[in-house]
Design a protein around this ligand. Sequence first.
Ligand code: AMP
Ligand code: GLY
Length: 419
Amino acid sequence: MNVLVVGSGGREHALAWKLRQSPRTDKLLIAPGNPGTATLGQNVAVAADDVGGLVAVAQEARVDLVVIGPEAALEAGLADALATVGIRCFGPTKAAARIESSKVWSKQLMQRVGIPTARFRSFGDGAAAHAFLRSEPWEQWRVIKLDGLAAGKGVVVAQSAEELHAAIDSFGSTGMPLILEEPLSGEELSLLALCDGVKAVPLLPAQDHKRLLDGDQGPNTGGMGAYAPLPQVDETLVGSLQGRIFEPVLRALAAEGTPLVGVLYAGLMLTPTGVQVLEFNARFGDPETQALLPLLDGDLLEIMLACVEGRLQADMVRWYAGAALGVVLAAAGYPEAPRKGDRIDLPAAVGDGLIFQGGTALAGEGLVTAGGRVLTVVGQAPTLAEAAERAYALAQQVAFAGKQMRSDIGQRGLTVEHH
Ligand code: AMP
Ligand code: GLY
C-alpha cells in the first residue's frame, strides 16, 4: 500500500516512523515532510494546506491512504477533496473538523449532548463581550477564547479585569466571534481516541506541557513536552470517558451527516467536581503523538485502515508496558520569533531513544533549525522515571545555539510514581 502523510512536524515524523514499520506499507510519501521523514520515505514539496497539490500527488503516486497531521489541512478541506476522487483518508472532513475549528460550534455541541464543559457565553464581537461584563463579575468569566484556529494562541486566562478587557480588544480585532468562559482548575490531560465514525477507541492518557518555562511559567506554546501514560490518573475513569464523552460526540456528528473518521482529541481537566472538557481537536496532538506512538503495540496502518473502513475494534489497539516521555527542543526566540539557521549537532548514536524532527532543514551536509519546535527527543522505559532519564540524557547530547527546553517534563507523574 502507498501511504501519504501530510505535515512536517515532530508529530508527522512519528507517524511516518510508525507507519514505516507496517509490513503493508510500500511507498511512503510525506508532504512536505522534514529531513527526519526523508530517512523513512520520500518527501514531496507540497504544503500541508495545498489541497489541489496534495490531491494531484496522491493520484499520481497511486496513494491508497492519506494520513492528515495538521489542522490547517483539515480546515482547507483536504479530506473532502480526497473523497471526491475516491482516495481514502485518515482525518475528518471540514464539516466534522468544526469540532476543533470553531470553538463556539464545539461548545454548543457539547451543551446539546450533555458533555461536561465550562459555562460559557459567545459573542459576535468585542463590544458585545464588554457590554456583557458590565453586569457580571469579571472573575467568573475570565477565560477568553477566540472562535477559530489560532495555533495555541486563542486562549487567555486573565488574572485581572484589565487583562481581560485588553484580551477582548485584541481578540475582537480579528473579527472572529469570541467566548467568555468560567475558569476551572485541576489536573489537565490529553485523551486522544481513534474513531471510525461510530466507534471510538481511546489511546493512553497523555499530558502536554504548554508553557515555555519550568513550573508552567512563561508564554503558551504549541507544547514543550509530553508523556504517557499518567500514573496520577485512574484507569477506570479514563475507560468511562469512551461512553461519556467520545461516543456521544461521534453520534451527534454522524446524526448531522458529518461522521468523524480520524482522531478525536479531548483536552480534559480533572476538577474537584469531575471531568470537564476544555476543548476538542480533530487530529493527533503534537508532542503527545511522539510519546504515544512508541508505546503502541500494533500495526498503525492496519488500525487506520480499520478506521476508514468503519470496522475499528478495541482489541486492535494494544500497548507495550512502561512509559514514554518526549522533550521538545525549541529554537532561540520561540514562541515569539523562532530563529532559523542555527547548526544542529545530533549524537552519532541514539541508543534506545528516538529523535523526531520538526523545525529542521538541510543546509549543505548539515542540519539547521528551521522552525519553532526543532526536535522532540523521546525516552521509553519500564518506568516513567527511567523514561525521563533516557530522554534527558539524549537531549543533552543534541546541540544548537539558543536551544530551549524545559527540565521538568513529566514532573506531575513522577511525583506520584515515586510514592
Ligand atoms: P484550549 O485551547 O481550550 O485547550 O485552552 C488552552 C489552555 O487554556 C488549556 O490547556 C488550559 O490550560 C487553559 N484553559 C482553557 N479553558 C480553561 C478554563 N475554562 N479554565 C481554566 N483554564 C482553561
Ligand atoms: N499539544 C497540543 C496540541 O496538539 O494541540
